[in-house]
Design a protein around this ligand. Structure first.
Ligand SMILES: Cc1cc2nc3c(=O)[nH]c(=O)nc-3n(C[C@H](O)[C@H](O)[C@H](O)COP(=O)(O)O)c2cc1C
Length: 175
């Protein structure tokens, strides 16, 4: 893949919130998770975990905890990617809280892009009640849900989300 292919690849990804009922194959799901295993992490401690959810009733509960977001029910698979605080804090103390969230975010980004490479659609979903998600999924106390990544076969939105000019993000030498 050259840089132009890479740019096309990332440019053709969009968040999708309209999914068909077509399932995601086990082979695709395994590939997506395997790719996340290649993500970098602080001290290589891999301070992330994922709960794979396909059960309809659990997805309904997750949707309720995500303020009724419908795509969580529609998508055949929801990956609840979590920061694992113990794994990072045991080495880094308080700083490990930040690292675990970063590790989980990067792992989830790899999953999102791996799904895109399989021509599956995704929606990163971060608006939810943490405590409710933890209870529904039986998360251990030292895990924090970072995203509910909805994955499936879906319809791209008619309009792509626009971005601010890149120059607004960039500061030379100092802010
Ligand atoms: C941290 C984070 C939280 C998000 N939470 C939600 C969410 O709760 N519901 C939703 O529909 N989209 C959510 N999104 C998706 C964004 O709305 C979307 O990425 C953004 O509008 C840009 O659109 P694009 O992904 O199509 O490029 C979230 C994305 C991120 C990175």
């Amino acid at each position: 893949m050259n840089s132009s292919d890479f740019y096309d690849f990332i440019e053709t990804r969009s968040s999708v919130r309209d999914f068909s009922s077509d399932p995601v194959s086990d082979e695709d799901l395994n590939y997506i998770i395997k790719c996340a295993g290649k993500s970098p992490s602080a001290g290589n401690r891999e301070s992330w975990d994922v709960v794979i959810v396909t059960d309809e009733s659990i997805k309904e509960d997750l949707s309720d905890a995500a303020f009724g977001q419908e795509h969580i029910i529609q998508a055949p698979v929801v990956l609840a990617v979590c920061a694992n605080y113990v794994r990072s804090m045991s080495q880094y103390g308080e700083r490990g809280i930040l690292y675990a969230v970063e590790d989980a975010s990067i792992a989830a980004t790899y999953m999102m892009l791996a799904a895109h490479s399989l021509r599956l659609q995704t929606c990163w979903t971060g608006a939810f009640d943490d405590d409710e998600i933890s209870e529904i999924l039986g998360l251990l106390k030292h895990a924090r849900p970072v995203t509910l990544l909805a994955i499936g076969h879906g319809t791209l939105p008619e309009y792509r989300a626009e971005r601010m000019p890149i120059s607004e993000h960039v500061h030379e030498e100092t802010w």
